[in-house]
Design a protein around this ligand. Structure first.
Ligand code: NZQ
Ligand code: ZN
Length: 388
């Protein structure tokens, strides 16, 4: 049965190759002092920085820069951002980058006016913000996370070996997001492919849960089919605007909260991937691809009907004359072939994980209970070992 829910997504999107014009439209709604947050410098190389700074200056804004937000942003970097924002009495935060920069800015937005330690409050205790939240806008340059239109924020604490996500409410969603597919054309292939798998994983982790036949399942099958077609084009020609724009749009829909409404969700692949990254700082989508097949093959007996449906509706497996289990397994075999063709990480050892690290990764894994099988620690170790 489709469950009861409330749905609101307050993020305003500007999409297309002229989307940056939306920034000038939005800026007058916010205060004068803008914290311009970005990563390791890709936006300076590809010219996005100059375009954004030009619009901010034309809009009469005072700019304070905060650079160097790393992939898998850390709690230490968050503390640095809080200091900078407080010293400069920031009115508005503009994230220019990928999921890491967007996530970081959302964490910052709820920490600037908060007296508690943000890591402990939001990522250990999962408290909700009580302070005044500084508004965030986002210019997206890397596709995959969906962070541009959701309340998610994932922060890593290397000392504690934890990478934890807090899903904040609608008051923390970016006020607006600029989605220009051309901005993503300079992403290195490794990152592009990682982002594509991140999208696939977001959809699958909401799909493989529950046994209802609801609207979300059909939407997700459509999103997956579109993603597979566009990814096939983009891997051959990364400069294909049509393919890259479809991938960008699919990424947003995969995790802007819509498809999860009224149904249960799994999210164990993300918990495993995040635990891996807490130990080796690996690229997000690759941590997911490295563990997915071992996880899905392990839980397949507990959700065979849905895996068979996935095989037929997404991978065009012909079910006639085959058992449900055979059909389900064939779907995962098709997925595996596709993943290899995309150049995804197919094992944890490719990401530098060794067997002696597994116990630590098990300890860093948050166990979710919405999937077809709630794993215990022994089973988590088994899946990780199978992923090596
Ligand atoms: O730092 P710069 O120099 O900008 O380089 C980045 C970075 O090295 C580069 N890049 C980004 N745009 C580029 C570009 N290089 C060239 N041209 C461009 N246009 O790409 C690298 C990766 O960027 P990053 O932002 O780390 O990637 P992604 O968007 O995959 O974000 C990953 C983070 O998002 C979290 C992940 O856990 C991870 O910490 N997630 C957030 C979610 C959410 N908010 O809902 C959900 C996701 O599942 C995910 O967990
Ligand atoms: Zn993800």
């Amino acid at each position: 049965m489709l469950g009861n829910f409330t749905y609101c997504n307050p993020t305003k999107l500007y999409f297309g190759n002229e989307a940056l014009e939306g920034l000038a439209v939005e800026l007058p709604k916010y205060g004068k002092k803008v914290l311009l947050v970005y990563g390791g410098g890709s936006i300076k190389k590809n010219g996005i920085y100059d375009s954004v700074v030009g619009i901010l200056k034309d809009g009469g804004k005072e700019i304070v820069e905060l650079a160097g937000v790393m992939p898998n942003p850390t709690s230490d970097k968050l503390n640095e951002g809080v200091r900078v924002a407080r010293e400069n009495k920031i009115d508005f935060i503009l994230a220019v980058g990928g999921g890491s920069v967007c996530d970081y800015c959302k964490a910052l937005s709820v920490s600037i006016n908060c007296d508690d330690d943000p890591w402990d409050k939001y990522f250990i205790r999962f408290d909700e913000p009580e302070c005044e939240i500084v508004p965030v806008g986002c210019v997206l340059t890397m596709v995959g996370t969906g962070s541009e239109m959701n309340g998610g924020s994932v922060i890593t604490n290397h000392e504690q070996k934890l990478k934890i996500g807090h899903v904040f409410g609608e008051e923390v969603f970016p006020k607006f997001a600029i989605l220009n597919p051309e901005f993503t054309l300079t992403i290195p292939k490794y990152q592009m492919v990682s982002g594509i798998f991140d999208i696939m994983s977001h959809i699958l982790e909401q799909y493989f849960s529950g046994c209802d036949d609801n609207t979300s399942d059909y939407i997700m099958e459509g999103l997956l089919r579109s993603l597979i077609v566009s990814a096939g084009v983009a891997i051959e020609n990364p400069y294909d605007y049509e393919a890259r724009s479809n991938i960008m749009w699919t990424a947003t829909w995969a995790l802007n909260t819509l498809v999860a409404k009224g149904k249960t969700t799994d999210w164990m692949v993300h918990m495993l991937g995040q635990a891996v990254a807490a130990h080796n700082d690996a690229t997000h989508g690759m941590t997911l691809s490295a563990v997915s097949l071992a996880y899905y093959r392990y839980i397949l007996p507990y959700g065979t009907a849905k895996f068979a449906r996935y095989a037929v509706n997404v991978w065009n497996v012909n079910p006639s004359g085959k058992s449900q289990t055979d059909v389900a397994q064939e779907g995962l075999a098709e997925m595996e072939k596709w993943m290899k063709k995309m150049g995804l990480a197919m094992s944890l050892s490719e990401l530098g994980v060794t067997e002696d690290m597994l116990d630590g990764i098990v300890e860093s894994t948050v166990i979710m209970d919405g999937g077809y099988k709630v794993l215990d620690k022994k089973e988590i170790k088994h899946v990780l070992k199978d992923s090596l």
